[in-house]
Design a protein around this ligand. Structure first.
Ligand code: SAH
Length: 582
């Protein structure tokens, strides 16, 4: 195959990035925008030895799965990859993508996967679902400001204020900003020269509350203004206030004539928060490190189920609240909480999953690397009156192992561990600690099924098994997937502690004096140590109260019974004495 060669090819498969895959005489071609089932004419753009890439030139016979895109920029824009494929087929593609990775990378059999995985959970309306969008600003050929989205794999802006995945009000806001910029000659930032002012506009919308947030990211730093305090920068004392009077007393002018812009935006029904985030760095990072309120509150409020969340411009929040509720519903179901459990929620963001689970758990510990997100998490706990959630700032792979080592002697305990890591998945050290802690259940929420597969494999080699799983579509029209998996602790020969049923234990006369539960309570009350029935039985045996015969022998030769440590033995002996059993 040669570059620029034209070929006619039938699309038989799809790649992980949504591209069509066809074969010409055994040679594989990846063709962007071609849909499985299409017969297309394509021109080769890059030819390697065994495979190449080609551009879709002409659709000769459209696939039965091909649909007319809702957005006229669907093909060019980098935001959507598979808008020209029917939504049903998109869902099938995503389910296959996740299961395929679990099979190839995770080493799980198709048989097991089809047994434990339910069907993918799709959206009722796969458009207009995003509650957040960050629009880059640029300049067109005539020197006029434009905004829209980047074309695929570039930073060329396709001018479009009406993205089909976002909410309707985005357009109104962006048109106001563009008209304002034109009127006052405010320029867009230019990535190449580092000049110009307006970099991005972030818009957030609370689906449940209809509250709107606008944050304008500007190419300015505090240094340009000298001492911010002296200028009475608007960040002090106006938290939670709302009203134009507040906005108009702002000392800092981040944008020329900003009061005009603020006034126009504030008129939009539902407008709740208008902020500015200074970002003078020449980087791809969109938001600055901080933000200041120009008008209204520094946050909007939204609900997932019964839990209320305050979302500030810099905090992470799931982009599709309708599907998120379904996802968290599954997290709740998988965690199977009865009210007493200790739960760890690692990578907790603003505490979304933690607070959701805290409604039914004994205690939830959340861990998150971004300090502002943890601040949000704590405030969210407070506004919901949730008192059984505690949050730590730090890396999950440092906080949990650190905690485990500090309390190793007391057998630090977790009933359920939930993880929701970014795409790179969990650190191996963290997975090891999780396996060592031996929680009954691990719930893994993942936005990248390749790293999910890798991490599940690790955990399943250390005494866990995959029990349930679902793919939940959060990002219709794109190739991104979100999935949730329940892992359960294996009670087999890998199991270190052999658990004994009371019926298997010694129901001797001594039992009438004190039951195992009473001994456990006594020990816990007097020493804060938790002891198992097995340990009590071991100490009773040592004291000659019982003879342990068959009932608590290891269930297989490979299993090891843990031995009661000396401090616990002493505590149990004290209890036996107290109950006059010895
Ligand atoms: N569970 C949350 C957020 C999930 S996104 C929710 O559902 O809303 C992943 C989160 O992990 C982000 O908030 C990110 O800041 C955080 N994070 C990334 N690396 C981390 C690490 N090493 N340790 C702890 N948190 C991390």
């Amino acid at each position: 195959m040669q570059k620029n060669e034209s070929v006619t090819v039938t699309i038989q498969d799809m790649g992980v990035n949504g591209e069509g895959i066809g074969r010409v005489n055994g040679y594989t071609l990846f063709i962007k925008d071609a849909v499985i089932g299409d017969v297309v004419e394509a021109r080769v753009t890059k030819a390697k030895k065994n495979y190449g890439y080609a551009r879709l030139m002409n659709i000769i016979t459209p696939s039965e799965h091909r649909v007319k895109p809702v957005c006229k920029f669907a093909r060019k824009c980098g935001g959507c990859q598979i808008q020209e494929m029917s939504y049903e087929k998109q869902l099938e593609f995503k389910q296959n993508k996740v299961l395929g990775n679990l099979e190839r990378i995770g080493g799980f059999s198709r048989e097991l996967l089809s047994e434990v995985f339910g069907p993918i959970i799709g959206m009722e309306k796969p458009f207009g679902y995003r509650n957040k969008a960050q629009f880059p600003f640029g300049t067109d050929k005539n020197g006029q400001p434009i905004t829209g989205f980047y074309a695929g794999r570039t930073h060329d802006i396709i001018a479009n204020t009406d993205c089909a995945l976002g909410v309707g009000v985005n357009r109104e806001i962006l048109e106001i900003v563009l008209a304002f910029m034109k009127k006052y000659g405010v320029r867009s930032y230019d990535e190449k020269t580092g000049e110009g002012l307006i970099r991005h506009v972030l818009i957030r919308y609370g689906f449940a509350t209809k509250e709107i947030m606008v944050c304008v990211v500007v190419n300015r730093g505090k240094a340009e203004f000298g001492n911010c305090e002296e200028l009475d920068c608007g960040n002090r004392g106006n938290r939670g206030t709302k009203g134009l009077e507040r906005g108009s007393v702002m000392g800092l002018r981040w944008i020329p004539h900003q009061e005009v812009l603020v006034e126009e935006l504030a008129r939009i029904p539902g407008m709740t928060s208008i902020t500015v985030s200074p970002n003078p760095r020449q980087t791809n990072v969109i938001m600055g490190e901080r933000y200041e309120v120009l008008w209204g509150q520094p946050f909007i409020t939204d609900y997932i189920g019964a839990v209320k969340y305050q979302i500030s411009p810099l905090s992470f929040y799931q982009v599709n609240p309708v599907q998120t509720e379904k996802l968290y519903g599954l997290a709740m179901e998988y965690a199977d909480l009865k009210g007493e459990e200790t739960v760890w929620d690692l990578y907790c963001g603003i505490g979304t999953i933690s607070l959701f689970l805290a409604q039914k758990a004994g205690k939830v510990y959340g861990v998150e690397i971004v300090p502002q997100a943890v601040e949000d998490a704590r405030r969210n706990a407070e506004i919901n009156g949730i008192e059984n959630a505690e949050f730590y700032v730090g890396k999950a792979e440092e906080v949990l192992p650190g905690y485990y080592q500090r309390y190793e002697k007391e057998h630090p305990h977790a009933d359920v561990i939930v993880v929701d890591p970014p795409r790179k998945g969990c650190d191996e050290g963290l997975l090891k600690t999780m396996a060592d802690m031996r929680p009954e259940r691990i719930v893994y929420v993942s936005c990248d099924s390749a790293t999910l597969a890798r991490d599940l494999r690790y955990l399943c080699e250390r005494g866990y098994e995959v029990k349930k799983g679902r793919v939940v579509d959060q990002f219709g029209m794109s190739v991104h997937t979100e999935s949730i998996v329940l892992l359960s602790k294996l009670h087999t020969k890998q199991n270190i502690e052999v658990e004994l049923e009371m019926s298997e234990m010694d129901l001797t006369a001594a039992e009438s004096k004190a039951t195992y539960e009473e001994i456990k309570d006594y020990v816990l009350g007097h020493t804060r140590l938790k002891v198992s029935s097995l340990y009590i039985a071991q100490v009773k045996e040592k004291c000659g109260i019982i003879k342990r015969v068959n009932y608590n022998l290891p269930k297989s030769e490979n299993s090891r019974q843990s031995k009661c440590p000396p401090e616990k033995e002493k505590a149990i002996r004290d209890a036996l004495e107290y109950f006059r059993m010895i």
